[in-house]
Design a protein around this ligand. Sequence first.
Ligand code: ATP
Ligand code: MG
Length: 417
Amino acid sequence: MKQSHLFTKTRKDAPKDEVSENAQLLIRGGYIHKEMAGVYDLLPLGLRVFKKIENIIREEMNALGGQEVSFSVLQNPELWKATDRWDDKKIDNWFKTELKSGGELGLSFTHEEPITKAVAMQVSSYRDLPRYVYHFQSKFRNELRTKSGIMRGREFVMKDLYSFCRSEEELDAFYKEVGIAYENIFRRVGLGDITYLTFASGGVFSKFSHEFQTVSTAGEDTIYIDTEKRIAVNDEVMTEEVLEELSLDRNKLVEAKSIEVGNIFKLGTKYADALGLKYKDKDGKDAEVHMGSYGIGVGRLLGTVVEVLCDEKGIVWPASIAPFDVHLVELSQGDEKIRGLADSLYEELQAVGVEVLYDERDTRAGEKFADSDLLGMPYRIVVGRQSTEDSFEIVRRVDGLKKTVSKRALLTQNYGF
Ligand code: ATP
Ligand code: MG
């Protein structure tokens, strides 16, 4: 991608009403556009990162045996009445709309009800279970506060997975596997060290649910971490009794602000029962379906990575989700030989599948470097007066370390850092 072709530009300042660091940096870099409070659009660079995160999650969901679907954002109130979740007194942040022909519709608050109903139409025997169904879909929530940038949107994409099992034991086993898949996901997007499995309030069925909380001063939650055991307790369930139950020592726990990047829940049979999902067991008797629900906010995860890994110069992407592998910056300033060197390197890198953002704009070196730091590609290749056919400077974004490397090293992405 040539930078001069991008319709987005970097900017010095974010909008004054944007207080969160993640959205400020993403807006300044041209990754996202702010429509209004709590509503953001993904621009080309932002969409590339989003899709990479989505793909990592998809790989982990498929490895669990998940089957991908795409459910509508328009929702039938009847299903939500069946589970007693339609009333605004029960769910206070619904977005609802009206049909011209009369009656109301819901705008996807979450998808337990419609997916459970659809599964109920397909499943009849013990042979049809267990099943795991997931999608990436927009959710709409009328959030009161929207101070956290893309970490708390009024519209956001969630990966939500639902498990349908024949027994509590089957659910328990799958629930554990999802926990491991979630750890893989957060590690792969670069948040492994600072994300903790956290005991949180459980809702209807189980005593606890589990959140995945990433430590950040920008977080809206407070957790208490046992750094040795690598688990945490959300302050909403932090009592002497709970600590005892989890064999945790209050004096060893470290308090921290954190961002809930994911949440996994056991739902028991409540939703399946309410929506008529059951199966015939081996003896032909009706049996109950045990469900679990597992969410990750894709945009929140993207915002969290920006928020916790950035530095004073800008965004720092982990290689796994960076929009491009390298930022190629040419400093020819009218020198055609240097420009030719950079142009052919760009072609050669692309030919071997390296994803390159090529800054070939006619701009001052200082400006190019500042933009490159703001945009945050993991590596920057500089082609300037010092460069030769087989010797280029490469800079690692995370720590500014520099090396002079051969073209072969660049083509094989073997920089030797
Ligand atoms: P929170 O406590 O932050 O309001 P929640 O508990 O209501 O979130 P869930 O319904 O459990 O969220 O949703 C699953 C995941 O979706 C969350 O773990 C989070 O990653 C993401 N998420 C929830 N609300 C938002 C939002 N408003 N904007 C972006 N992502 C969100
Ligand atoms: Mg939650």
